[in-house]
Design a protein around this ligand. Structure first.
Ligand code: C5P
Length: 237
């Protein structure tokens, strides 16, 4: 799959989402559906977005025993999504089971499967004092990413600032899906470390995930086109 911008549909329900997508007549952006929208609207939301021709990253961050994750991934593959994710903290066997579930159920191309290593909301302090993980955050992220590779996953969600380091260690074909993107370094919302689409490209991101800079823009289509062009080098139709 070629480098692309994924819009995070962080909306509470279908009505809000549809009002936003009105801005994209004729354009079919790659979309991320997260827990809020999926749990409020159910799987029907995926079917209707697929019907309109969008590619979908279903961001449910699965984490359970291997058998449950395998069966869940089979259900998600049957929805026809293009990308799913899970927590690498579930262990290598859980990740392998996820891949088995996806491969067995996918009728067309198997959805890409991406691991969350450590959430960006986890600080060094929380890692050590609450979770009792003694290694530092960077080592933990790298180790969990290596586990994801061992289990056959396609890549990880990470900061663009970690993308190069992970690819150098694990392989250039290991996908990096990177949030924390802003058109300008100045407008951060609640993201601590932000990167522009152009810098994310230079650092080796394969997919950037962009929410509020597009969903809250006065002209979402214009911001989408500008950020996508900066990231991919391709001009939208
Ligand atoms: O609005 P914004 O561009 O900050 O949204 C980024 C999206 O990426 C949100 O859906 C957020 O949940 C998600 N995300 C993130 N940081 C991570 C993982 C996911 O911001 N480490």
């Amino acid at each position: 799959m070629e480098r692309d911008l994924i819009i995070a549909l962080d909306f509470k329900d279908r009505a809000e989402m549809e009002a936003f997508l009105e801005n994209f007549q004729g354009e079919k952006p790659f979309l991320k559906v997260g827990m809020e929208l999926f749990y409020s609207e159910g799987p029907g939301i995926i079917a209707s977005l697929k019907e309109k021709g969008h590619r979908i990253f279903l961001d449910l961050k699965c984490h359970d025993i291997p058998n449950t994750v395998k069966r869940t991934m089979a259900v998600l593959a049957n929805l026809g999504v293009d990308m799913v994710n899970l927590h690498a903290a579930g262990g290598i066997r859980m990740m392998e089971a996820a891949m088995e579930g996806l491969a067995e159920a996918a009728t067309g191309e198997r959805p890409l499967c991406i691991a969350v290593t450590q959430l960006t909301s986890i600080s060094q302090e929380v890692l050590q004092e609450e979770l009792l993980i003694e290694r530092n955050l960077k080592e933990t992220v790298l180790h969990y990413a290596r586990n994801a590779r061992k289990a056959g996953l396609d890549g990880v969600v990470c900061s663009p600032l970690e993308a190069g380091m992970l690819k150098d260690d694990i392989g250039q074909d290991f996908l990096t899906v990177t949030p924390g993107i802003r058109p300008e370094e100045s407008n951060r919302d609640d993201q601590v470390r932000v990167t522009t689409p152009g810098v994310a490209r230079e650092l080796g991101s394969d997919f950037i995930v962009v929410g509020r800079p597009i969903t809250r823009a006065e002209d979402p289509l214009a911001v989408y086109r500008q950020m996508k062009e900066e990231f991919t080098g391709r001009v939208s139709q």
